[in-house]
Each structure stands twice: as structure tokens, then as C-alpha cells.
Design a protein around this ligand. Sequence first.
Ligand code: PLP
Length: 372
Amino acid sequence: MIYLDANASETLRPEAAEAVTRGLRLAGNPASVHAAGRAARAALEDARARIAALLGAAPEGVVFCSGATEANALMLKGFPDRRLIIGATEHDAVRACAKGAEVIPVRPDGQIALDALEQALGRGGPAVVALMLANNETGVLHPIAQAAGLARAHGALLHVDAAQAMGRVGIDLAALGAASLALSGHKLGGPAGAGALILAPGVQPASLIEGGGQERGRRGGTPPLPAILGMAAAADAACAAMAATTARHASLTAAIAQAARAAGAVLIGTEDCGAASGAAPRLANTLCLALPGVRAEAQLIALDLEGICVSAGAACSAGKVARSHVIEAMGRPDLAGCALRISLPWNASDADVTAFIGAYQRLAARVLRGGA
Ligand code: PLP
């Protein structure tokens, strides 16, 4: 099997597997006062400090929770007196919390239209703005520092969904000037089940779950220690290897892009589909490729039959393939049902990429010749 779907779940890193095992062997509850509890608490606080240090954040600002879906919800539902503004290409984890929010359009290259954001900020009272750092379908990176500057100038809080960006691009909360970040353990190469909301000093969303007052009363419930230790180990490993991994990924995705374009594919977010040349920066591991007129589901199945795991532009949790609201928002509704996302895991090999290119070329030759 060739796994090129890291943006759905990154391949488990050995450092994370080892840390999870260590966490499973810790008997105590971090809230207990006895020695076993204190050992669990020490491991929890060590993970918190390490994650904070990777992000230029304070350890007290790290709120552990179950994943990025919950982290986004904690922040977006945590300020009921503020209105919500979100980018048009946000993940469903954000969109579901922001019914009735003002939606800011993106340009053809997928980046937020900052002028439209500024206008929206100027139209009403204090807001929470949600803007992802890296898009999960296209890998497009948004201009977060500029958006944060606009938000601050209007008394708004900028929440950044960094689920796909952490470990792939450098992130410094203070330098970005954002109010908060959402993280997901399984997007880093840790296990599913842990995530974090990272808060800048003074930002205090109301809690969704009060329970036993864990996480300084911001997220009740016994923290999933093994998954949290796995997330911290994965974050350390991803950040330590980031420069080398990014360079490798960039050359592998450039090879895929070149072969796919030669086979008739359109690379979403580039001049192929109406973006200005020198389009928006993207994650090095992510490509979104459309074969015009060919249903994504048919492409996915054809590649799956060759043992290759990729994702449709929008992977739906029910296992069905939905039209991509991201590609629609980028002004190409005609391509919204025909795109695949290729996202290389940290350990993707040259052989994996060569196999993918061969299978994709065969698929494109067959479907573009015969129709799908
Ligand atoms: N935000 C983004 C950008 C994502 O890509 C995902 C998962 O695909 C999520 C949030 C949800 O993360 P989790 O699975 O940790 O809840």
C-alpha cells in the first residue's frame, strides 16, 4: 500500500509510538496528589511546556483537548458576545461552529481577500475571526500576520486553525500576533485523540465542558495522557526534521506536479486555474490536482485499485465524496467535483512517488481519452 494521505492522518512517528507506550504505563491520574498522580502530572506538564516552546507560547496558554475539531469549537463558541467572521475555505470543524458568520471570500489562488476582511471588520462590533494557517485540501498558506494586524486594529481576536501547518511551517504565536491556535495530534504523526488550543496571554474563552476543573477550568475531563505525550513527541520530531522534510517534499511534489500537468491535470491554486502567476505559497507536502470532467470518486477508486491511498479534494467523514467548497470558493465550481488531494507523509519515499506518478498517468490517459 502506498499512503499519500497525510493531511487526513499523518503516519505515526516512532517517537510518538514510544511516548504513547510510556504514557500507557503511567498508572496515575494527573489530578491525584499521590506519587503516581504526581508522576503523571509531571509528564503532562512536560508535554505542555514542550508544545508551548515550539510555538513561542506560554505553557499556561496550552489547553489540551481531543483534537483540532474541539480546539476550534472551544475558541469559536467561547466568546458568545462576539460576532464570528471566517474565511471561505475553512475546514468543516470551523464552519460548523460558525453558522450565521460572515464569510470572507478568497482569491483564485486560495488566499483570503484581506481587503474584504478589513471591510467586514469595520462593519460591526467586536469579532472573533477564524482563518486557517494552511488549507487542508490545497495546502495554500494564508497571510496570518497581516490578518492578525487587521483584527487587532479593529479590536477583534484572530483564531488560527493550525492543524495542517504545525510541524510543516514554523509557527510563533507571538510573532503572528494571533489570539489562539488549534492543533491536532494525529496530523503531526501522533495518535488521534489529543489536540490543543493555544491561547495568547489574556485570551480567555468560556469553557464548553466544566467537569472537574481540569486544564485550569478551561476543559474539564481527565486528559488523555498517552495521546498527549504522543502528540508532544510527534511535534518535537516534526519540528526538528522540518527543514529537511520540507526540502524533500518540495522536490517530490514538484515532480508529481510536472508529470500530472503533462498528463492533463490542473493544479489547483496556481495559474492553471486563474490565479495570478507566482501564486500563493503552499505546504510542500500537498497538491490538489483536478482532471476536468472526471469525477473525483472515479479517480480515487482507480488509484485505490492500484494500492494508492489519496483523498478527494474534500474527504467527507461518512466515506462519501462531496464537492469541494474550497475549490468552489476559489472560483472554479467546474473543478470542485474532480480534484484529488495528494499529501505526502513525513516518510514518503521516492518509490512511492514514482508509483503514484505511473498510476496517475495511466488513469489520466484512460479517462481523458474515454471520458469517465
Ligand atoms: N482543521 C483542519 C484544517 C483539518 O484539516 C482537520 C482535519 O482534517 C481538522 C481541523 C479537524 O481535526 P481533528 O481530526 O483533530 O479533529
